[in-house]
Ligand binder design. Sequence first.
Ligand code: ZN
Length: 460
Amino acid sequence: MPSADLIKALKTALPPACILEGDILANRPAALGRSDTIQAPILLRPATTEEVSMVLRICHAHGQAVVTHGGLSGITHATDTTPDDVVLSLERMRAIISIDATQRVAVVEAGATLQQVQEAADAGGLLFPLDLGGRGSATLGGNAATNAGGNRVIRYGMARDMILGLEVVLADGNVLPAMNRMIKNNAGYDLKHLFIGSEGTLGVITKLVLRLREKLTRQDVALVAVPGFGALTQLLRHMDSALGGGLSAFEVMWPEFYRLVTRPPAKGRAPLRDGYPLYVLIEAFSTDAAADAERFNAALEQALDQGLVADAVIAKSQEEVEALWALRDDVGQIMQFGKPFCFDVSLPIAAMEDYVQSITKSIAGRWAEHHLWVFGHVGDGNLHVGAHVLDESDAVRRAVEEIVYRPLQAVGGSVSAEHGIGLEKKGWLHLSRSPQEIALMRTLKSALDPKGILNPGRIF
Ligand code: ZN
């Protein structure tokens, strides 16, 4: 339990609206979609950077563990709490501070949701290109802390590539203003990168400067069936080249995932017949309606002629665009059979076919009755894997992890492409990072958070 002294100090320093405890807090779910509840006895929700600073100054003085909460849409248990923790939630710091259309930057508070930021950029005639399924709840602070990826990395990069500056409150309560607005700034170390992707272990992000792009008005989407993995890699290069930089998503579905999202109880229906080796959702974003639609269709026709595509359906209206994306986004269907084990890995595209075959064989060899769904952002080397083998115990989970993670080391892949390490993947970090890298991570952690109060136990 946090000490009575600490609670007293917090209550003296902060306005009552900042503090939640007792029944109001006890019923909060631990994270989105979870049935268990928050375990920490107190949640602090400051409204300003000064109040965040106050919280950390007091917690630091008492050596109190602090778990930071954004939108709680992460899936690596990084935001789980214990009865010994204090929660610091950014939920009241959600302002869009400014949209500067000339400089093409937005300044926002860390608790603003991704959707809020997307809408504000859009209202300002611009685009904030980060996009992922959790947009309605995920916050920009969380997106930065986890270096979120999502669906359009192939075109715009990850969250790291869209953040120009940050304001961070350090573990001891000191505020680090690093609100750079320049795209180019090589004046010494670029400290924002220390905090992006640090999963809240090095500081608490309170504000962000975001890079905005020109709004794209034309969206072309097709779902295609591909005759094999060799054709798939050629198709990716062909489309990227033929669309002249317009390719914004290349989302591959292996057959078991395709069947799952196109048959009842899923709401989606199959636009292409079942039985092809692979399905790909291809999207291009651009600005010139007529010319770009023509180019998109021509690129697909060439792919058909070259045998890279066996069959294709092109969306002809916004409803059809949404229906095709809805298939890819209907990931929740993997819960049909119980709670699957979910993975988020990356590996070189040349190694993917063998990798998927090898994990399929290992899982089928060990558990006769099983489901294995593979899908993901193949253009970025990122696969999502869902496995259900009836037994949901921790021991079985570990055995499945061994099958999914171990082969990544030999091909230089990652045990976490975009979801982070959190508490869940700590035991596997060494497969993707050298001992020297992990040692330097620990050095940075002890330099910035000597008492180890920020999200303790995450990553390593
Ligand atoms: Zn993803």
